[in-house]
Design a protein around this ligand. Structure first.
Ligand SMILES: Cc1cc2nc3c(=O)[nH]c(=O)nc-3n(C[C@H](O)[C@H](O)[C@H](O)COP(=O)(O)OP(=O)(O)OC[C@H]3O[C@@H](n4cnc5c(N)ncnc54)[C@H](O)[C@@H]3O)c2cc1C
Length: 596
């Protein structure tokens, strides 16, 4: 078995991992381990933009961004961390610009900005242009730009290595164990600091915008090593996935003036969010769509709606809303303009739906999208392991796998890319700083045994269960019962099913016994992670007897600040889940009812 030694190991090569590696590598020997080739990470799929109150097109301030994020989080976000992120946002975006990121521009050459859900002018309550974008390929550009910078900075890359285990020695992180996918050889990476930036777990649900790689590996590995996960009941459904496929249609479409219609041709969001309408926060829009569906107003009685960005429709509603260009002229768009701002969306629609969005409306439905919960950290990316925020020395997490918590119960659009670049940076800086003062923890001889045992258990099981069957059953029951609307009965049904599936997973049949890219084995291991997290999510969701942000319960329809203004922490030990709580950090904004 090969052992590699570095000061800092970063697991994950998405926006968060690359930003951490870039900053760590300025002062420490740094390696990035990624199961995917770096630029295939899900960050590359992000379309709409990165939020920062640059105020390039109209008045805007970091304070407004802070308040919108607190409100969007349904007051569960930690306000100290949110303030920090929104203040850092402006410089972070200019930093990306200086690295060479090709942002879309205004005619004067400034970074262009578009409106996004939940981002408002705090005085008028109207949508504000805060999302900085590179057409509808913002994440792709971030990923390419950061990858180039990492190469320039001599970061070491181990591509197509799957991390199976985290090593903790003497109460501190000491490295990871990874499987080299092309050979099935196990490698030990011995380090003074470890940063997890492994993304989310949206593949738990049937209809999802998430990449196949979103199997919750980082969260699951940490959980198996006895660490808690925070706020796992909160998972975001994005209102506009392509019907049945789940592929995302960015909120930027509504930012450019697109409107949602029901079967009666009504712009139904007017009813649910009179001020910002189609640009309400995602939890609000997704719930409105479900309510419309239940009341029979989905298109043709089915579970979808039309998202309409045809220029004549955009212009008609922009006039009704009194929307203006920054120079005060009426907001009027042409088909060419729409295509130039949303080229990939236009392509997706033509390829997957045979629909041309400038002449036809797009059929959309809510799609599982974003993991708000995750490995608990403070605002410097340091992993914390209890209600006292005790730091686990040498262990850091950033990006979608982490819960800082800046997104609380519901993330605002564009705040994830921002989260990656701010907390990725600070996690990298802290990891490097820690490694300077630390000595390598001695590794035990059996360091790789736990990883090996997990893989052997799957390989050698004599069962006949198939990954595809278990996976399908999990996705379906989670989508039906632990989705946008939840009830105790439904969730209990899901919990029983997921527990049964976890048992069946012990008897999985691996047909490929080869060593070269054994995806059969890896898929089975990843499915184990998804099942473990699905159970934990369901237990946390049953436990939280209120509705807040993305967690909406029919049996407890109100937010209950008296009892539930707190974060959930969840541990799993010997198959038993234990829950605890942690207070929410409140600085300036006392909880209020959310009105959009
Ligand atoms: C379709 C789509 C559009 C989006 N649009 C926007 C947007 O416009 N604005 C916005 O703010 N947010 C957007 N988001 C959310 C945002 O893009 C993601 O939350 C964010 O990119 C996640 O970045 P990350 O660095 O945490 O993870 P990722 O970019 O997913 O990277 C995870 C990395 O971890 C690695 N990894 C995972 N498991 C292992 C393992 N076991 N071993 C080794 N490596 C591992 C992977 O190889 C990968 O490199 C969008 C999300 C989706 C799905």
């Amino acid at each position: 078995m090969q052992t590699h030694i570095f000061d800092v190991i970063v697991v994950g090569a998405g926006g968060a991992g690359l930003m951490a590696a870039l900053y760590a590598s300025k002062t420490a020997s740094t390696a990035v381990i990624s199961k995917l080739y770096p630029t295939r990470s899900h960050t590359g799929a992000a379309q709409g933009g990165v939020g920062a109150a640059l105020g390039n097109l109209e008045e805007d301030y970091p304070e407004w961004h802070t308040f919108d994020t607190v409100k969007g989080s349904d007051y569960l976000g930690d306000q100290d961390a949110i303030e920090f992120m929104c203040q850092e946002a402006v410089d972070a975006v200019y930093e990306l610009e200086h690295y060479g990121l090709p942002f879309s521009r205004t005619p004067e050459g400034k970074i262009d900005q578009r409106p996004f859900g939940g981002h408002t002018n705090n005085v008028t309550g109207k949508p504000v242009r805060r999302a900085c974008f590179a057409a509808d390929r913002t994440g792709h550009m971030i990923l390419q730009t950061l990858y180039q910078q990492c190469i320039k900075n001599h970061v070491n890359f181990y591509d197509e290595f799957q991390v199976i285990d985290l090593l903790i020695v003497n109460g501190a992180a000491a490295g990871v164990v990874a499987l080299e996918l092309s050979t099935s050889e196990l490698h030990v990476f011995h380090a003074k600091s470890v940063v997890f930036a492994t993304g989310g777990h949206g593949r738990i649900w049937e209809v999802t915008s998430n990449a196949y790689a979103y199997s919750g590996d980082g969260a699951s590995v940490a959980l198996r090593r006895g660490l808690p996960l925070e706020d796992m009941e909160f998972f975001q459904f994005h209102p506009t996935g392509i019907y049945k496929l789940g592929i995302l249609i960015t909120e930027g479409v509504r930012g450019e003036g697109g409107i949602l219609f029901n079967d009666k041709g009504e712009r139904f969001m007017e009813k649910y969010a009179p001020k910002v309408k189609d640009l309400a926060s995602r939890d609000v829009v997704s719930r409105a769509m479900y309510t419309e569906m239940r009341e029979g107003r989905g298109i043709g009685g089915k579970n979808f709606f039309y998202l309409d960005v045809r220029p004549e429709v955009v212009n008609r509603y922009a006039a009704l809303d009194g929307r203006k260009r920054p120079d005060g002229s009426p907001y009027i768009v042409t088909a060419d303009e729409i295509i130039s701002k949303l080229p990939d969306i236009a392509d997706f629609c033509r390829v997957y739906l045979g629909v041309d969005p400038v002449t036809q409306p797009m059929p959309v439905q809510p799609t599982a999208h974003y993991t708000m919960g995750g490995i608990p950290t403070n605002k410097y990316g340091e992993v914390v392991i209890d209600d006292q925020n005790t730091v686990l020395p040498g262990f850091y997490a950033a990006g979608e796998v982490a819960c800082v918590s800046v997104h609380g119960a519901n993330r605002l659009g564009t705040n994830s890319l921002l989260d990656l670049i701010t907390f990725g940076k600070h996690a990298g800086l802290r990891a490097a700083e820690f490694s300077r003062g630390a000595t390598l923890q001695p590794l035990p001889k059996d360091a790789a045994d736990f990883a090996l045992a997990q893989l052997n258990q799957l390989k050698n099981s004599a069962g006949s269960e198939r990954v595809a069957d278990i996976s399908r059953e999990m996705k379906s029951v989670m989508f039906d019962h632990v989705g946008i609307f939840r009830t105790a009965d439904g969730m209990k049904t899901a919990l029983e099913k997921v527990r049964e599936l976890r048992q069946r997973h012990q008897h999985i049949k691996i047909t490929d016994q080869g060593k070269v890219f054994n995806t059969d084995l890896i898929n089975a291991w990843e499915l184990g992670n998804l099942l473990q997290l699905a159970e934990l999510i369901t237990v946390c969701a049953i436990n939280r007897t209120e509705s807040r942000g993305a967690h909406a319960r029919d049996d407890y329809p109100k937010r209950d600040d008296a009892n539930w203004m707190k974060h959930t922490l969840a541990w799993e030990k010997d198959g038993n889940i234990r829950l605890g709580y942690k207070p929410v950090a409140i600085t300036k904004y006392q909880p209020k009812e959310r009105v959009y």
